[in-house]
Design a binder for this molecule. Structure first.
Ligand SMILES: [Zn+2]
Length: 271
């Protein structure tokens, strides 16, 4: 599932490429991805896109008629920027074509992505929007500590809870907790204020570094080769490999389909 560094890379890649172009054609081969109605997609024809913003796992594309195109790729949504004549990918969900012969395509193996076309004051129409927490790149240290006070669950579950804070998922929560030296099952009550401040600092470090790395990869390779976007991760999906800090074997647990990885030496459960 795309998380903040992935979506930042998509945003930085697409925004300059879309500038000055007009939409010439639209199509939704998987119509239900467009939750506000695939029929309305055609109303983008003749329009242009402006800035692309992001909140949590949502990309927000400004349309020049004051509407917003809001996209949450969910588990397997993938963006493509390619000539209109190029071969279509499998599970092509939505296509937006432009007057320079390029297409922004969205493919989705699991077909769970969510597109919304709403008025600028219509974000509340989007399910879960009203309960989204602050973005992980925007939250201040004091706000982070303050919001954590009310949370009693396991720290990994809290970091990935979009109502607590938006934008972190399964992969980057593992990376942040490893960086902070905190076991994913630790509870906030067992952590000192230094632990919590260290967690915030680890989050900033991991996200900032990862945004740079994924950005550079995408600028060089384009949007297609997603498997390369996660090569810099240190513990997530590295079960059995040596911990880059201490050399111990990375452990893993799978719960409801998602894997949690950590180092028991660097991230002890009890202190
Ligand atoms: Zn270790």
């Amino acid at each position: 599932m795309p998380e903040i560094p992935d979506l930042e890379a998509v945003r930085h890649y697409l925004m300059p490429r879309l500038a000055g172009l007009k939409v010439t054609n639209t199509d939704a081969p998987i119509p239900w991805l467009v939750r506000t109605g695939a029929d309305a997609l055609a109303s983008l024809e003749g329009r242009a896109f402006g800035e692309i913003h992001r909140l949590g796992k949502f990309l927000i594309v400004f349309v020049d008629d004051t509407r917003l195109l809001v996209i949450n790729p969910m588990l397997t949504g993938r963006f493509h920027w390619i000539e209109a004549t190029a071969k279509k990918p499998g599970r092509l969900g939505v296509v937006v074509g432009f007057d320079n012969g390029m297409e922004m395509r969205f493919s989705d193996m699991r077909r769970m992505g969510r597109w919304y076309l709403v008025p600028q004051d219509g974000l509340a129409e989007i399910p879960q929007w009203a309960t989204l927490g602050p973005d992980a790149m925007a939250i201040t240290e004091e706000e982070f500590l303050g919001r954590l006070k009310a949370r009693r669950g396991q720290i990994k579950a809290t970091l990935t809870n979009q109502e607590f804070m938006a934008g972190i998922g399964n992969a980057y929560s593992d990376e942040i907790l490893w960086e902070a030296g905190l076991h994913p099952h630790r509870r906030r009550a067992t952590m000192s204020e230094d632990d919590l401040r260290g967690l915030y600092a680890a989050m900033r470090k991991v996200l900032e570094e990862s945004i740079q790395i994924v950005d550079a990869t995408v600028q060089e390779e384009g949007l297609g080769k997603k498997e390369e976007w996660r090569q810099h991760l240190k513990v997530h999906r590295r079960l059995g490999e040596p911990c880059p800090r201490c050399g111990s074997e990375i452990k893993g647990q799978v719960r409801s389909g998602s894997e949690t990885n950590y180092c028991v030496v660097c991230q002890p459960l009890f202190e």
